[in-house]
Ligand binder design. Structure first.
Ligand code: ATP
Ligand code: MG
Length: 351
């Protein structure tokens, strides 16, 4: 885990997977230099967090970290926002205003979602980055800017360059060191660690003791495909804490779109075929068993009979595929009795 002294816990890069160690290493090395860094990765993979950590690790840490979200600035205001303006530069420009490039003096300028930057504005940015000088709108003189540039995008910028949607010269300017954030699917071993971390963090923030994290729930989390990556996991942990673990587990069980396990449409280049096949079979079995259990109002004996398997086999499979061990006496609510919750493994029991 890459943690910066003085950072709020949320600003630490949590995880122990090889992928997260690689990112920590890259950020630490990049922080020793002043060269532009381009952080890429799917939505919610921690690009902004990585940019902040890079700044906090660098010699610029005592100066500002200024974020500019490129799509949030209207095209006509882009130059004024970034480079500043002088009075009368445009209607409504009454005073002098330094742009973000100047405001980030001696610090880090983080251009988020750079891939969304209008093609017509790209040469203006390139010009400023070429010799780190800007001219405020309405001014004549150039001003030197002392910034460390960090950009982020979830777009495939090489593909954009090939299509003509992003300028090649700007791409080479910003893409000196590349940090590619892994998706959560590529660091499955970090899921329990992250879930544990967020549940603890939000329990401390919101107060109260969270329900213990169920081992089968963790298994389901590990096999989910996480399109929203860590942000999605964080939101799930928040809901787990706020709504109460048991209800939440069961509501997730009833929301297949929320807990769609990893199925073959996700290309996994690193997991052996037998593991992927086992996961896919478990996913299918889970779906079938859940459907039949629901059809029989969670009566397990009737379910076992319908499926033509023994009662013991059904119990084993219910556990294996991560379904709740519901008492048939309490079927309509799909709710775990409190005493069963007490028997669930503790937060650290599955490590
Ligand atoms: N390794 C990590 N450890 C702890 N928290 C993380 C980690 N990675 C991301 N997060 C948290 O996940 C959330 C999303 O991260 P962040 O905003 O940095 O992602 P992003 O890649 O910039 O997303 P987007 O593309 O949607 O802007 C944040 O709350 C962040 O603190
Ligand atoms: Mg972001």
């Amino acid at each position: 885990m890459l943690e910066i002294q003085g950072c709020r816990p949320v600003e630490a890069l949590i995880g122990d997977s090889p992928a997260i160690h690689r990112i920590s290493d890259q950020l630490q090395k990049a922080a020793l230099t002043e060269v532009p860094v381009l952080i890429t990765g799917e939505s919610g993979t921690g690009k902004e967090l990585a940019a902040r950590l890079l700044h906090n690790l660098s010699a610029r840490r005592s100066h500002s970290f200024l974020k500019v979200s490129c799509p949030a600035i209207p095209d006509q205001l882009f130059e004024s926002e970034l480079f500043g303006h002088e009075p009368g530069a445009f209607t409504g420009a009454t005073g002098s205003q330094a742009g973000k490039c100047e405001q980030a003096d001696k610090g880090t300028l983080f251009l988020d979602e750079i891939g969304e930057l209008n093609l017509a504005l790209q040469p203006k940015l390139l010009h400023a980055l070429q010799d780190f000088r800007v001219v405020r709108l309405g001014a004549v003189d150039e001003r030197a800017i002392d910034i460390r540039l960090v950009c982020a995008t979830n777009r495939d910028l090489e593909a954009e360059v090939a299509k003509g949607g992003f300028r090649t010269d700007l791409f080479y300017r910003i893409n000196v060191i590349r940090v590619q954030m892994p998706s959560l699917r590529e660091r499955v071993s970090d899921i329990p660690i992250l879930m544990n971390h967020f549940v603890k963090m939000y329990s401390a923030q919101f107060g109260g003791t969270p329900a213990p994290l169920h081992l089968s729930f963790m298994k389901s989390l590990e096999s989910y495909h996480w399109p929203g990556n860590i942000r999605e996991l964080e939101n799930m942990a928040k809901r787990y804490v706020v709504l109460g673990g048991d209800e939440h587990i069961l509501s997730l069980m009833r929301e297949p779109e929320e807990l769609r396990p990893l199925v073959p449409e996700v290309i996994d280049l690193t997991t052996p075929l037998r593991v992927q096949t086992k996961r896919a079979i478990q996913h299918l079995e889970r779906k079938i068993i859940l459907g039949v259990l629901e059809a029989h109002k969670w009566n397990r004996r009737k379910t076992a009979h319908s499926l033509d398997i023994s009662y013991r086999t059904l119990l084993y499979k219910i556990k294996e595929v991560g379904l709740p061990v519901v008492q048939s006496a309490n079927p309509p609510q799909h709710k775990l009795p409190f005493r069963d919750l007490q028997k669930l493994p503790g937060i650290n029991d599955f490590r």
